[in-house]
Design a binder for this molecule. Structure first.
Ligand code: SF4
Length: 347
């Protein structure tokens, strides 16, 4: 209700996403005047308390970006301007976006403008030949973290395994690690205690159960208890769905594995929730079956391994979980009735 859309389109080209199919690869931006006009209308709304929940679009930080040489873009057939590498023709200057944020914040009646849309950290980390664009990216990153995070910043690494990330057309996981380090450093410098909330997908084409086991170990090492997760759902008009349906990568015609049965999908999904006591026995048993018993000690800090449960109980426990196909905020780790702890910017 209190969010303002500032652009349409996305040049990310993520293989599982339909945005570029129905909004296009080229970014269409609203003018600054148009955005400010809508923000003024929001300010006039009777129950508005001064906090905008989002100034964004399909991604938070593509506003004002596009190819420098438009003629080259007209002939271009790349599905993504930023994967597998950022196109040297792409202007990644964040200056216009900084100007929008600051102009909105300067309006009487605005206390804070938050960014609820997902941030493309690969654009923030990219070093182009244009030093002004690099400076603006650094300035934007600091502005975003200092002033526009409502306690939790959403980003979408989607997986940790680079073979799966390539299939998804997402950047290597090392970039997420680099961004997290930067986020934590700026938070520390500003005396803030904000969190990154990473999004992940299980059962994407190319993702094997072992990749999910690695995901559990790596996200544990990074101190995450995952909440925002999704099991892959085939969506029309995406490359991922084509690979899922045909079993082949449509570009290389190489065979691609996809988890398809409910059992396979639930087995992948369970690794997101390694930290829940009720999931431990199932995961331990799956890891032994995979021949990755070595990961048990990594997940539970060398604590004594438990004997595996019998299969009947294993299946019925998993079948009871009805959230198998949706990205979901899973709050079951909190005791019943206990509210989440307040974040710095909660009002
Ligand atoms: S030339 Fe580069 S910036 Fe232009 S559409 Fe192609 S990939 Fe994108």
């Amino acid at each position: 209700k209190f969010s303002v859309n500032i652009h349409r389109g996305c040049f990310g080209g993520c293989a599982f996403c339909t945005i570029s199919a129905h909004q296009g690869k080229f970014i269409t931006c609203r003018s600054k005047e148009s955005i400010l006009k809508e923000v003024r209308q929001v300010i006039e709304m009777p129950d508005f308390k001064g906090n905008l929940s989002d100034l964004g679009g399909p991604s938070a930080n593509m506003y004002g970006m596009g190819g420098r040489n438009k003629k080259a873009c007209e002939k271009c057939t790349r599905p993504s301007c930023i994967n597998p590498q950022i196109c040297p023709n792409l202007n990644t200057d964040h200056s216009k976006l900084i100007d929008i944020y600051r102009s909105v914040d300067a309006l009487p009646g605005i206390r804070r403008s938050y960014i609820g849309s997902g941030v493309r950290y690969d654009l923030l980390l990219y070093r182009s030949k244009d030093e002004n664009a690099n400076r603006a990216a650094a300035e934007y990153t600091r502005e975003l973290i200092e002033r526009h995070v409502s306690g939790r910043l959403k980003v979408a690494p989607e997986h940790v395994a680079d073979n799966v990330l390539r299939q998804m057309r997402k950047p290597p996981f090392q970039q997420f690690r680099d961004f997290k380090r930067l986020f934590d450093r700026i938070n520390g410098e500003c005396g803030l205690h904000q969190q990154i909330i990473p999004y992940f997908i299980s059962s994407h084409p190319g993702c094997h159960e072992e990749d999910m086991a690695e995901l559990a170990v790596i996200t544990k090492d990074l101190d995450f208890h995952l909440e925002q997760v999704q099991d892959f759902t085939p969506t029309p008009m995406t490359i991922s769905t084509e690979a899922w349906y045909t079993g082949y990568d449509p570009y290389t015609l190489e065979p691609v594995f996809s988890a398809k049965t409910q059992e396979e999908k639930l087995r992948q999904r369970q690794y997101f929730f390694w930290y829940k006591p009720e999931m431990r026995r199932d995961i331990e048993r799956s890891l032994r079956a995979l021949g990755r018993g070595d990961l048990i000690a990594k997940l539970w800090n060398n604590t004594q391994q438990r004997p595996a449960l019998d299969m009947t109980r294993h299946k019925s426990q998993q079948a009871k979980n009805k959230n198998g196909n949706n990205r979901t905020t899973d709050n079951r780790e909190r005791p019943k009735g206990q509210k989440r702890r307040p974040y710095r910017n909660d009002r």
